[in-house]
Design a protein around this ligand. Structure first.
Ligand code: GLP
Length: 241
């Protein structure tokens, strides 16, 4: 694993964006897996700047996102599809037909998960997957469990994730209880992984995930087995490494 420590959250975004930009410059039709949450926002800001100045061209890039809440329509400002539109898609020249997203309002979640896996495979797999990390070690919405999920699936969110995400909703009762998410297997099949971590509240879980035992109780710990992972964190998040 390659680790980069940066002095600030903005620098973390610049570094992660540089890695993603390199991927896209070397292969303009790259398949990029994207993430939501507060951690990748500075990365998206830097990607938008690189696009605006002409360094980066998204016109052939294909995107998949890690996860989506069950039951939230795309028009809901807390849906992950809305987040991506707001924080990246509408600011860069990505072709809307190259954006694939899990449909949280599907009537048939199992079929939707199968469709998503097949769509990723049909694009030749993910070249680079961007990740954040939850306080309990979750990646995408793979919560601590007694096993690693192989493929995209529907998950019941844990109380700790519902608590962590309630800051974005009017009340905790509005936080969806379920989500569709890439499985650990889906993520591990990405050829390259970039994980961003920011803030002192992530220091403990970053240390546990990357230096502790590999266990489905800490889903991010499986990344220790991936051959091409880059951890980009600010000083606070990496303070215990
Ligand atoms: C959510 C997302 C994850 C994200 C995590 C951490 O649960 N499903 O993909 O990594 O939150 O979010 P943040 O970066 O805001 O701490």
């Amino acid at each position: 694993m390659q680790t980069y420590q940066t002095l600030s959250y903005d620098d973390m975004g610049k570094k992660a964006a540089s890695i993603i930009a390199s991927q896209i410059i070397l292969k303009p039709s790259s398949v990029i897996g994207l993430a939501t949450g507060s951690s990748p926002i500075s990365t998206y800001k830097s990607l938008i700047s690189l696009c605006a100045e002409g360094t980066l061209d998204f016109s052939q890039v294909k995107t998949f996102n890690l996860d989506e809440y069950v039951g939230l329509p795309v028009s809901n400002d807390q849906s992950y599809r809305y987040f991506m539109e707001d924080n990246l898609f509408k600011h860069v020249n990505v072709d809307p037909s190259n954006i694939d997203f899990l449909q949280g309002t599907t009537a048939d979640p199992q079929q939707e998960c199968k469709r998503y896996e097949a769509a990723i495979a049909a694009q030749g797999g993910i070249d680079l997957q961007l990740l954040g990390i939850g306080h309990n070690g979750h990646i995408a919405f793979n919560e601590p469990s007694d096993h690693f999920e192989y493929a995209t699936f529907m998950v019941e969110l844990t109380q700790s994730t519902i608590e962590a995400n309630k800051r974005f909703f009017a009340s905790i009762d509005d936080v969806p209880r379920k989500a569709l998410t890439m499985g650990i297997g889906t993520i591990m099949k990405a050829r390259k992984i970039v994980i961003v971590a920011t803030g002192s509240d992530k220091a403990e879980i970053v240390k546990t995930a990357f230096t502790g035992p590999i266990t489905p109780q800490v889903p991010a710990s499986i990344l220790q087995l991936h051959p091409d992972v880059t951890l980009v964190g600010d000083t606070e998040a990496l303070s215990l490494m």
